[in-house]
Design a protein around this ligand. Structure first.
Ligand code: FPP
Length: 247
């Protein structure tokens, strides 16, 4: 669990990048053009997050539900992912950013998996900054996968049912090696969580901004962080307990 004393800068920010389609439509452009602009925002936001001191940034890039989109949009998104990974490798290395993924990445196209593995391998030793891409991700799928793996571990005698707890179970989630998000941002005016990190965001502060993802920039990230800094995180405690340093 994040600590009540985690300070004013969130350690981990998770973002639902929404509004690419509407950004494009409002300009009479194809939806893919919105996603293309969205990729540019990814670089801007990763750089801005480092400048602010945010150590982990998780981006919801493709959900398990996104397979229901038109085939040309899906292949366009996969093409953009491949392009992004090829283009960003040098930049990630230069800036010492580690890439991780969460989601059923084994179901992604082979070329995307190859690029992902290449970038993950090349950046695996960086400790300062982490970019997590949620790809073919959904919280319910994640819980089903974790429950399956946990049950298999019980069957194999590696886990004991009597010790079942959140701490023990959460080690089977895709996010086992990643701290919980402190701040969840969703762009483009929708106020939903859409099957994204539902358990991990149990105590996250949420900020919803009307700005569409292609228009989201450094100042918008800073505004969300400022809003986070004004909130009091209580984790079930009272204000008085928080002020007296209780945990
Ligand atoms: C939501 O906008 C956005 C997505 C489903 C995909 C996000 C993908 C990118 C920004 C590009 C690829 C990502 C990386 C990391 C290279 P929407 O299409 O649902 O927008 P709408 O609600 O306005 O239609």
């Amino acid at each position: 669990m994040p600590s009540p004393t985690s300070g004013k800068i969130p350690q981990h920010v998770a973002i639902i990048m929404d509004g690419n389609g509407r950004w494009a439509k409002s300009r009479g452009l194809p939806r893919l053009e919105g996603h293309r602009r969205g990729v540019e925002t990814v670089r801007t936001v990763v750089d801005a997050a480092r400048a602010i001191g945010i150590r982990y940034i998780t981006l919801y890039a493709f959900s398990v539900e996104n397979w229901k989109r038109p085939p040309d949009e899906i292949s366009g998104l996969m093409g953009l992912l491949d392009y992004f990974l090829k283009r960003e490798l040098d930049n990630l290395i230069k800036n010492r950013v580690r890439l991780l993924t969460i989601g059923r990445t084994s179901e992604l196209p082979a070329n995307v998996q190859r690029e992902l593995n290449r970038v993950i391998e090349a950046t695996k030793d960086f400790k300062e900054w982490t970019l997590v891409l949620a790809l073919n991700y959904g919280s319910r799928t994640e819980v089903a996968d974790a429950a399956r793996d946990y049950a298999a571990a019980v069957q194999a005698g590696r886990e004991n049912l009597a010790d079942a707890s959140w701490d023990n179970f959460s080690r089977y989630l895709y996010t086992a090696a990643i701290p919980e998000p402190d701040l969840l941002i969703r762009t483009s005016g929708e106020q939903r969580v859409s099957n994204f990190l539902l358990l991990q965001c149990a105590y996250a502060e949420m900020v919803f901004t009307p700005v569409t993802w292609p228009d989201f920039g450094q100042a918008d990230l800073q505004a969300a962080v400022d809003e986070y800094g004004r909130r009091e995180r209580r984790f079930g405690l009272t204000t008085e307990q928080i002020q007296s340093g209780a945990k």
